[in-house]
Design a protein around this ligand. Structure first.
Ligand SMILES: [Zn+2]
Length: 126
C-alpha cells in the first residue's frame, strides 16, 4: 500500500502576498516530491528483490522438471526426460496445452473462432 502524502495543516500567513504563496506552494510541492521519491525508491528496491527471487523459482521449477517425465493432465501425453527435449519441460508443456484436444483451452479456442465468425457476419450485415 502506498502511503498518501499528508500536507498537514496549511498555513495562511501569506495573506495577500502572492510571492509568499508561490514560495509556500513551491516548498509544499518539493516536500511532496521528496515523499514520493522515497516511496518510489523503496518500491523499486522491493521489485528488484522480488525479480531476483522469481528468477530463482523459475530455475528451481526447471531443475525439478529436468530428468523427469511430465504428463498432460488432460490427455496423458508424456514428455521427457530432459535429454529428449531441447527446451525446458515447462515450455514443452505450455506448447502442448495450446494444441491438446482435451485441454479446456481447445474448447475455448473453438468457441472463439465461432464467435469471431459470427461477429464478422454481423459486421457485414450493417
Ligand atoms: Zn494433452
Amino acid at each position: 500500500m502506498v502511503k498518501r502524502y499528508d500536507a498537514g495543516l496549511l498555513s495562511d500567513y501569506g495573506g495577500g502576498n502572492v510571492e509568499w504563496w508561490q514560495d509556500y506552494l513551491r516548498a509544499e510541492i518539493e516536500r511532496c516530491n521528496d515523499h514520493w521519491e522515497a516511496d518510489y525508491a523503496a518500491l523499486e528496491t522491493k521489485v528488484r528483490r522480488l525479480e531476483g527471487e522469481n528468477e530463482g523459482f523459475v530455475q528451481w521449477v526447471n531443475d525439478l522438471h529436468s530428468g523427469m517425465y511430465i504428463n498432460c493432465v488432460y490427455c496423458g501425453h508424456r514428455y521427457g526426460p530432459s535429454k529428449d527435449t531441447p527446451v525446458s519441460m515447462a515450455d514443452v508443456l505450455k506448447a502442448h496445452v495450446e494444441k491438446c484436444p482435451k485441454h479446456p483451452m481447445s474448447q475455448l479456442k473453438a468457441e472463439n473462432e465461432i464467435l469471431k465468425e459470427e461477429l464478422r457476419k454481423c459486421r457485414e450485415q450493417k
